[in-house]
Design a protein around this ligand. Sequence first.
Ligand code: F6P
Length: 425
Amino acid sequence: MSGKSKTNCIGILTSGGDCPGLNAAIRAIAKAAINEYGMKVIGIQDGFRGLVENRVISLDNNNISGILTRGGTFLGTSRDKPHKMMVGGKIMDMTGAAVENLKKHQIDCLVCLGGGGTQKNAMRLMKEGVKVLTLPKTIDNDIVETDVSFGFDTAMGIAGEAIDRLHTTATSHHRVIVCEIMGHGTGWLTLGSGIAGGADVILIPEIGYDIQIVSDFLLERRKSGKRFSIIALAEGAKTHEEMEKLTRDAEKASREAKKDNKDKKEAKEGKDKKDKKDKKDKKDKKEKTPSGDVFFDETRENMPVVVKKIDSELVAYHAVQEPVASRVARQIQEYTGVEARVTSLGHVQRGGIPSVSDRLLCSLLGAKAAELLADGIYNVMVAYRSGNCEPVAIEKVAGFRKTVDIDHPWIKAARLVGTCFGDKN
Ligand code: F6P
């Protein structure tokens, strides 16, 4: 055991969507913290919900042993946020309970393993005076300030292997296969696995696609004698028009927010004026609700919703249920006449054992986390940069998202080998 640690007790939780490597990271932090620095380590179950509900277990050399290669998280996880938690059917701010429970267990620092949402939750607690330290976890690879997040390599490998397997069946049947890949709002997973798997078309959220361009590309391939095609499609991919609409809507929302601020100021000058505005808003809303149009629901991550008038009185809102891959496959069949099939990889990408590369990354990040904690360094995320693990201030990470730059070397390389991105480039 090395010299005295500045941290006596830590709590570890895993939050957000699970991924391979979480157990490897817990193991590395706990082993180093307990055996090298003599810290007490408490495992918090099911993410921030377990913290609020005070569900904890003591971690020791027995229960952190044998978990390096195990997928998922043995602590359990949830997508709950302390400041907006569903309790007894109501959304409540449970930050106070979270802070209290940390105090109860004399936890000096809360170690949070998670993606973008977790980084934000950790920062919120930090602002309440809790000392935190985070690790970058997500198959989406969208965390800023780190070269890579753990879970990404494994998921990319699974998606890459799926694309390999789809090749043989697509070839046999002379089909187009659309393979839907996770990644939330970013295209890292689809791009990486698509390039490595040799997908002919890669559609990602960062590049709006045109189905006509994709279809023409597929027909060209057929003409040249290639009788099958694989499309790697990110779950968040959007058409060029959808992207333009999102930009327009965002601009409109920001204009309206500005206008709203101005109106609020003016409202102070007289209630009558405000009443008049309310009436106008109501009228505008009614007039702006066309029948059968597609809108994007900001409260549900811009999920498309169809607004449809079903009689003169009633307006029905339908979430568009057709998954993006089905839509793309259907349109390709319509445009090209070529038989198309869909494979949606879904949570398969998050399951199973972590890759060797992820296990290595988790071990490096976890060990570094323990070292930083022993040195009394808090309120940082342990990032992986150019082969080193380094602390980065949480404020630089929380609330930001790493998207694929359209000039990224991966995109450039893919274009050079003839991959179609569905754009005019
Ligand atoms: O963030 C990881 C991720 O797997 C995304 O790629 C995906 O959009 C989302 O989580 C799925 O979430 P859930 O498991 O809650 O359905």
